[in-house]
Design a protein around this ligand. Sequence first.
Ligand SMILES: Cc1cc2nc3c(=O)[nH]c(=O)nc-3n(C[C@H](O)[C@H](O)[C@H](O)COP(=O)(O)OP(=O)(O)OC[C@H]3O[C@@H](n4cnc5c(N)ncnc54)[C@H](O)[C@@H]3O)c2cc1C
Length: 395
Amino acid sequence: MATTAFALDEEQRRFCAQVREQAAERLLPLAHKDDPALGERVNRPLLEEMGRLGLLARLFPGAGRSAAALDLCLLRESLAQVSTEAETALALQGLGFYPVVQSGSEAQLARWLPEVASGRAVAAFALSEPGAGSDAAALALEATPDLGTGGAAGAARGWRLDGEKCWISNAPEADLYTVFARTGPEAGARGVTAFLVPADRPGLTGEPLDMISPHPIGRLRFDGVPVGREDVLGEVGGGFRVAMRTLDLFRPSVGAFAVGMAQAALDAAVAHAAAREAFGGPLRELQSVGHRLAEMATRTEAARLLVYAAAAAYDANGGTGEAGLHGPTGRAAMAKLFATEAAQYVVDSAVQLHGARALQRGHLLERLYREVRAPRVYEGASEVQLSIIARELYR
Ligand SMILES: Cc1cc2nc3c(=O)[nH]c(=O)nc-3n(C[C@H](O)[C@H](O)[C@H](O)COP(=O)(O)OP(=O)(O)OC[C@H]3O[C@@H](n4cnc5c(N)ncnc54)[C@H](O)[C@@H]3O)c2cc1C
């Protein structure tokens, strides 16, 4: 097949096929599948198998180096086509640890990178709070200088964290959290510092939340959790930038996750409409069914093109570069918005074309139907992406 600006090359297609094969043979058998009770727990055997297969290592090419956004998208789309559970486990490991790869010290990386890349340690990204979701800069987790005995304010040896984080994927079971807290009195994004907080710090507790998105999510409580200067990621006061750089890399890849789910739903609907007999022939011969399948295929392909264009734009200049609709920011917002909305349409349509069987617990589409909803809310709700696109239109 000819390679164009909008097609994957031979090697990329081979890589995707290999990931799908590994996922089907080695990961799917380990997935919790549809046991709702198990779905609330981190699946450590699955994560460790992804470590053995070298999939996690692809997320972390080395200190200070970002995974290529395109690589991340290829991985996420391919995994999502086979197992959303494996996909999400990989993505969360990346989201949770990328702030360390990007801004961590040599000591932090030496301690945690081998553990995280092998899947032996579970990472989580703790930004959101009950009062700070879309408006993340409103976060209130307080870092109070810890002066020790007889210390002066300038000589703080660290901080004590007090407050709460909410809707944190992998919490409360993760082994390490990248946590964003307010170290200074400045309002908004200024005065926020990022910390690497190991889960065994005294005063850190949490509980799972029962969500319809079937991966583990929880709440974290910080009650005087001690953190030192050696736990800071990047600069004191520079934590919001650490969070945003991570989200900039991951935003197009949320679109890739959505495209993978849409493709899985489309494949199932195409097969079902050919096999299911009604009114004297296969469903696909009903014109309205054929048109619906065509619409699903078109939206899935359009989403894929936007996602890979956004990933390529990110990789061309490391996430910086031209402003406006065709810069990395504008493209990432369009890709995330369109792909997550398209996937919702495609999965819902596939449910409709399958009829009752799709709603039976344990059916592929029943799971996708639950899974496809949350990405329209997290890492920037659709309305937030629209605001970004509108802003970029005038830059
Ligand atoms: C499954 C799942 C996993 C998550 N995992 C993590 C995680 O690992 N780490 C983490 O830190 N957080 C995580 N979150 C939290 C997520 O980041 C927040 O839910 C998200 O930022 C939205 O915040 P909110 O839910 O408080 O909604 P709000 O900010 O209250 O927004 C509610 C709605 O208001 C509208 N709205 C908000 N802002 C605007 C705007 N500017 N313009 C127009 N309309 C607007 C939108 O419709 C939006 O959906 C997760 C959430 C879910 C659902």
